[in-house]
Design a protein. Structure first.
Length: 208
């Protein structure tokens, strides 16, 4: 059984890359960010506070990882709410256990998130850290929103990206950072196909 851990900041391309890798190798895929979004959505739907850790942990223990709907959970508001509960240590512990259980699925798994190589699966066979400059990531997010008919100012999107980076990298529990043995893939000037080929070369070499 092989686990591939893929980490990186928002809009760096790790989600698309992870899905391509999972398809290429016939592995199960989990976007761990969706697990936090699922908890946030459950709290929002129930009208529950986002700052009550005990309530959030209870919701986290009831999440079904096989029923995560990317289309629904990708909403901007849910993402903002998710980044608030993701700083809660007890919520992270509950979801990390669920993610580790998923990582044991045969024949292999691809997990992407912000602490896979450092916390969730520190013994993963392959670790990738996918990144890009804040400006490039903001442009991608802005174009994505525009394509979906969402009105936004680029400066606002960039500020949001930088705020999320600061929150993810600065939290005391499981901060976003490359694992010491992770392979860096900077997609600032790289299309998804080039990023996929770079990742595949790294993975093939590790699996030999």
């Amino acid at each position: 059984m092989t686990t591939i851990a893929i980490d990186g900041p928002a809009a760096a391309g790790k989600g698309t890359l992870s899905r391509l890798i999972a398809d290429a190798y016939g592995f199960h895929h989990l976007d761990t960010g969706l697990t936090y979004r699922a908890v946030a959505k459950a709290l929002l739907d129930a009208g529950l506070p986002l700052d009550d850790e005990a309530v959030a942990v209870r919701s986290a223990s009831e999440i079904d990882l096989s029923g995560l709907d990317r289309a629904v959970l990708s909403a901007h508001g849910i993402g903002e709410a998710a980044s608030k509960i993701a700083v809660m240590p007890a919520v992270r512990r509950a979801l990390v256990e669920a993610q580790r259980s998923f990582a044991r699925k045969a024949p292999g798994t691809v997990l992407d998130g912000r602490d896979i190589g450092t916390v969730v699966c520190p013994d993963a066979k392959v670790k990738l850290y996918v990144t890009a400059s804040p400006e490039v990531r903001a442009r991608r997010r802005y174009d994505e929103m525009a394509a979906g008919g969402v009105q936004a100012e680029f400066a606002t999107v960039l500020a949001d990206i930088e705020r999320r980076d600061a929150r993810d990298m600065g939290r005391a529990d499981s901060p976003l950072k490359p694992a010491s043995d992770a392979h860096l893939i900077d997609t600032s000037t790289m299309g998804i196909e080039a990023a996929f080929q770079a990742a595949r070369a790294i993975i093939d070499a590790a699996l030999k």
